[in-house]
Design a protein around this ligand. Sequence first.
Ligand code: ADP
Length: 457
Amino acid sequence: MARVDTGCTCAMYYLFHQPVTGDTRARCKPMSSVVLDKVTKVYPGDHLAVDRLSLRAENGEFLVLLGPSGCGKSTLLRMIAGLEEITQGDLWLDGELANHLAPRDRDVAMVFQNGALYPHRTVRGNISFPLEIAKSDPAKVRERVIELSKALHIEETLDRRPGTLSGGQRQRVAMGRAIVRQPKLFLMDEPLSNLDAGMRTELRMEISALVRSLGVTTIYVTHDQVEALTLADRIAILNRGVLQDVGTPAQIYNDPATAFVAAFLNSQQLNLLAATVHTPQNQYVLLDFGPHRLMVPWSDPRAYAISQHVGGRVLIGLRPDGLAPVPESYDGPAFYGRVRTLEYHGHEWLAYVECGVPAVPVPEPPDPHTRANGHQNGSGGLGSMLRRLMRQREEPVTQDEPDGQPQGSGIHRRADLIVRLGVRPVWRAGDAAKVGVDMSRMMIFTTDGARIDPPRR
Ligand code: ADP
């Protein structure tokens, strides 16, 4: 097979140029499951990028890997593609152990952030290339390219070179080239992050429709929570190479496993407040914020779990849309304060209400290695290296100072509650404010950010 100089690395070359078999072409709903079993990646220089991560993408599923920059998302994707070696753990593709499979034998197509097109080929040539090198019937190739270009709305650009296209058009071509050979698995690494907001939204909807119509298992990397919520069947959230939570968008948004996940999946800032737990005369559970208190009746299914922390401190998570202005006469659960400022967001107003309760920073998730108290992954070799690497990591801020304030440089002493007001600002800056609390939306965490009432899944 003659190679064309594309500037691709050898492994990437195979990802894009894997021959298309008759079988693959004939399959109308190619499907594949992906199983990661305690997969670890340590880069040279002892850099631990992914830490014993176990995850499964079901046949035909659209799984989004979400997390802050540097948390290991791309590394994970590249290990699945075969572009990066797995240091420890197993990767299974369609039930077959794939750790040592060459990229060309994985039937995977990858779309990158920058499109990575062949500059000297036209759009038509870019899309058709994988089929051409597989020596597919030229008439069928032409037909398929036209069909795809229509679906991707780039029909009128077919004879143009990538250099003359907009960023959005280039990504559509890259999608077309990935889709054309109907792989078993799509891997997409932030394919929309170089585009402007309008184009991102448009292409997001189209990717979703196209991928779902093909029924191909897709793993999609993003740091954008809106993209994750709108695209995913399920979201897997990572931080510092560790899987934090996995579930449907609604499960993760409404019922997050940790304070980190709750805060990350939030378009506005999460209100995170420290409270001391009391059970006065055993009549109910009291969350004491200092100037404010909230009562949790024993009939609340979370009360028993909270009461296990009596005398200690817990963190209460309240989303701005779980708080609302209430009249002075309201006798339900509420905070009092004064409106410091209002912020206009177009579709909503947010109020910042000073209520004398300092917000606390979101704790880094508990470190599974140090928390496991002696549980180790292997007794020597890589196991001991991992333990050493984990010890070198920055320790999460979890301890309390004598005055009861969390210590560490990340202390957030802002005494504001962020309250969503909707499209009409019912308050003005300086107003006295009573903030009603939707107790059903309250999330309760330990001081190291783990959920106290277990997620219901
Ligand atoms: P993300 O995709 O979530 O932004 P990456 O997977 O790119 O994160 O990177 C995870 C971590 O691994 C980062 O700290 C990054 O600096 C590091 N890393 C990525 N690639 C390499 C490499 N080739 N060599 C050493 N460290 C790397």
